[in-house]
Design a protein. Structure first.
Length: 231
């Protein structure tokens, strides 16, 4: 990419671990690289666990092949400087960030065009969503690119139970049906990350089936709208 060209930065983050952000972030990066043919840089900015970085290393060790996405481990609060540099070199930059480090989370959003916040249908994750969303709102004021669009993504959903539907209502209704108390309203994506076991098995691979990931990417504008012939 020429120096004057500027790539897009997408952040997948939450100030809570274990919400499925690395699975979505890495699979989105792999989809862009292997299906869309784009030049993709991935930043593992999680200061608690480095699953994205380990994914690439384990793939290379197990297959003997180079990983199709450039992965950089950088869980530090100058990740904005790294993102600015990567934008000059790559068409796409995906930053996986969170795990309880607000400074790194905020810095990652400095050049972001999009933010996707995965959470499960779980009370503890809903509670942490409020903290994540407030941190994102504060970070938007420091944006170098005029702000970013943000969405909440339900991940690891089990539709054999009523929980996904219940939490979809909680996140979008604006009011507690039982108490009448006002609740925050979030921009919740229609697409969900449903297949927990399949996503777990995708670790350290370049999968042939990206499951729900393209639907999410299409909905937030990372790829064009899907037609009937695309997976």
């Amino acid at each position: 990419m020429a120096d004057e060209a500027v790539g897009e930065v997408d952040v997948v983050g939450a100030l809570k671990g274990g919400v499925g952000k690395t699975r979505f972030a890495m699979l989105a990066a792999l989809y862009l690289a292997t299906i869309e043919g784009e030049d993709v840089a991935y930043v593992d900015g999680d200061s608690v666990s480095q699953t994205g970085n380990d994914w690439a290393k384990d793939y290379a060790r197990e297959t003997g092949k180079p990983f199709p996405v450039k992965v950089t481990r950088h869980p530090f609060d100058d990740v904005d400087e790294l993102a600015a540099d990567l934008r000059r070199q790559h068409r796409r930059v995906i930053i996986d960030v969170g795990g309880g480090n607000p400074a790194v989370f905020a810095a990652a959003l400095t050049h972001a065009k999009r933010l996707v916040v995965p959470i499960g249908a779980d009370p503890s994750e809903i509670r942490r969503l409020r903290v994540t969303w407030k941190a994102a709102q504060m970070a938007a004021a420091e944006s170098e690119v005029g702000g970013f669009d943000a969405w909440v993504l339900l991940s690891r959903t089990d539709h054999s139970t009523s929980l996904p539907g219940e939490y979809r209502t909680i996140l979008t209704a604006g009011r507690d049906e039982a108490t009448g108390r006002e609740l925050p309203v979030y921009p919740l994506l229609a697409a969900e990350m449903r297949k927990r076991v399949a996503y777990q098995r995708a670790y350290s691979t370049v999968p042939g089936d990206f499951l729900d990931v393209p639907k999410v990417m299409s909905e937030v504008g990372m790829i064009p709208a899907l037609d009937g012939g695309r997976s």
